[in-house]
Structures are given as C-alpha cells and as structure tokens.
Design a protein around this ligand. Sequence first.
Ligand SMILES: Nc1ncnc2c1ncn2[C@@H]1O[C@H](COP(=O)(O)OP(=O)(O)OP(=O)(O)O)[C@@H](O)[C@H]1O
Ligand SMILES: [Mg+2]
Length: 243
Amino acid sequence: MAFVTVVLNQKGGIGKSTITVNLAATIAEVLGGLDGEAAPVAAVSIDPQGSTVWWAERVGDELPFVFVDAYDDTEGIKNLREATAVQHVLVDTPGWMDPAARKKGAGDPLGTGPVADSIRAALDNANHVIVPIEPEPLGWMPTKSTIEQILKPRGIPYTVVISNWDPRDGKSDLDETKDFVRRNGWPLARTVIRHYKLHTRAAAEGQVVTRYPKSRVAQECLQDFTNLALELQLRFVQTKAGA
Ligand SMILES: Nc1ncnc2c1ncn2[C@@H]1O[C@H](COP(=O)(O)OP(=O)(O)OP(=O)(O)O)[C@@H](O)[C@H]1O
Ligand SMILES: [Mg+2]
C-alpha cells in the first residue's frame, strides 16, 4: 500500500504543482532506487490543465520519480492507495470554483463534473493532505472553505503549508497568515516554502529542486523542501504513535 499525499486548495496559482513536483523529487532523492531501479515515489496529476505534465515532459529522463497523468482516469485514481510499485504517491490537484460559497447551502462544495469526481476519488484515497496557503489575505477564504467544507467533514489529516513567501517582503504578511491559521486551529507546518526565481523558472527550464545547478540559492530552495519532507514525516509518525 502506498502512502498518498494530496496537495489541495481550491484557490489557483498558490503553489500546488510546485510543491507536488519538488516534494516528490526530494523524497525520491532520499529514498532513491536500489540497483538502478526507479525511486519508489510517484507524482500523479489530476489537473486537466496539465501544468505538471508539461513540467515532467521538459525534465524528461532526469525526472527522479514516476509521473502519471491521470486527469481522465477516475478509475485509476480510485485505486491510488493500492499502488504496489511505489511507497509514496503525491497528487497534484486543480483549483476549482466553489458554487456553494456563492450560494449558501447549494450542493457539494466540490461541485459536479469530471474534475470534481477526480478530486473526490483522490481524497477517498488520501492518507494526508497538504494545504498550501500564500502569505496574502486573498487566499485565506478559499483555504478556509477547502479545510472546513472539504477536509474536516471527511476526517482526513491535513497540514497547512505557507508557500511562496518572499523574504524581501518582510514578515508582516507571513505573521498575519500564521495568526490566521492558528486562530482557526489548523495544523501549520513550521517549514515555509520561500519564493525563489529558480522555482518560478524550473518548469520551463525542465528542472526539479534536487537538480538545480549548484549555487547558494539552489541550496536554500532544496533546504525548504528537505525540511518540509522531514517535518511532515516526523509529525505523521508522532501522530500515529498517539503522541
Ligand atoms: N516557492 C515559489 N517560488 C517561486 N515561484 C513560485 C513558488 N511557488 C509557486 N511559484 C510560481 O507561482 C505560479 C503558480 O504556482 P503553481 O503552478 O505551483 O500553483 P498551483 O496552485 O499549482 O496553480 P493552479 O491552481 O493553476 O494549478 C507558478 O508560476 C510557479 O512557478
Ligand atoms: Mg497546478
């Protein structure tokens, strides 16, 4: 059985694909593959826009994990956890409109249609969900409905991860975002994924964080993802142990 992590936030453009690909690369680099085999890690895209598909294609043979484009394979998504060839599956999901938020009480907040069905199927298989949030107030409400309306009713463990924070912007937005998350009582990762131009350019350059050309900045980029992988793993083990 694979451990399935779904990266979810209904808001678009807040780092879901960046986190999925780079976390998969980081985990793959640590776990590696024995005797030249592929690392036991897969990234699965259920985003019809396919930005990670394009990214994976640009990386080509250098991609350190298995990549699966599953946006129209609802049956496959329903069986994610049954994957035997890999130990870790990370799922990149699309952002979506929230009909219920516009019209109180109107139907399932995930909506209807093939995209909603894929997300539902992925969540049915999720061991853990990463909810990226950017340090700016516009993303707060979509994050709230993602957690309160989608994740909590399903009882899926989740961690909020602050993403794309530019240290040059100072700490006030960062601190306000942390306060917002804590006020809501949501589990927040201590690790913050910082904003770096290297990340923005990585898809076009056909790179993943573990393979950026060596530099001090590249090391900082990798540090964030290594810390995130370690933190999530340690917290999860702790939760399982009932600590
Ligand atoms: N930590 C980061 N540093 C620099 N750029 C980033 C970072 N995280 C995301 N970006 C950039 O922000 C944009 C949106 O990120 P990304 O595509 O990962 O978001 P998404 O949530 O997957 O979006 P969508 O909902 O459209 O799928 C991209 O151009 C990406 O390169
Ligand atoms: Mg995306």
